[in-house]
Design a protein around this ligand. Structure first.
Ligand code: HEM
Length: 130
């Protein structure tokens, strides 16, 4: 199986429970006070739902789909809009990998490597739009 197939299936297992997105934001917000501050006025149930689609977009782009929606995310996160600092994306990725480890019963170090490989182009694109 290719890395994108492994990750596509892993994400399917993770998405079976809404807890995945609750735990992701708990880890992400615990990683820095600056991150926590960014979400003080955010409707978190809606945000969890939006993130579900955002991660799926990254996986689909790694599988060859158009990156138009990721470019829109690059725009909303750039210095003129949410002003998301480039160094925060490392915390975002670590939080996601930690959440996958907790939620995917088939997690292995090889699966983690596949996730990192699949996330990289999408994260680079959004961060690169800063
Ligand atoms: C590649 C990683 C990321 C993905 C896929 C992602 C995805 C999303 C999506 C889908 C939305 C909602 C759509 C929009 O407003 O454009 C959003 C909003 C947002 N994201 Fe991200 N994001 C990422 C990284 C980050 C990072 C590192 C931060 C740092 C704090 C962040 C903070 C925010 C904030 C503050 C909002 C707006 C929340 C609100 O509406 O109150 N994101 N993100």
């Amino acid at each position: 199986m290719t890395p994108t197939d492994l990750v596509f299936q892993s994400y399917g297992r993770c998405c079976r429970k809404d807890e995945f997105f609750v735990d992701f934001y708990d880890f992400f917000m615990a990683s820095s006070e600056a991150i926590r501050n960014r979400f003080v006025d955010t409707d978190m149930p809606a945000q969890r739902h939006l993130l579900r689609n955002g991660v799926m977009q990254i996986i689909l782009v790694a599988r060859g789909m158009s990156d138009r929606k990721l470019r829109d995310l690059g725009h909303s996160h750039n210095r003129s809009n949410y002003n998301i600092q480039p160094e925060w994306y490392g915390l975002w990725e670590e939080s996601l990998l930690k959440t996958v480890q907790v939620h995917d019963p088939e997690y292995t170090p090889e699966l983690r490597a596949a996730w990192r490989e699949v996330l990289k182009p999408g994260i680079d694109l959004i961060r690169g739009a800063y």
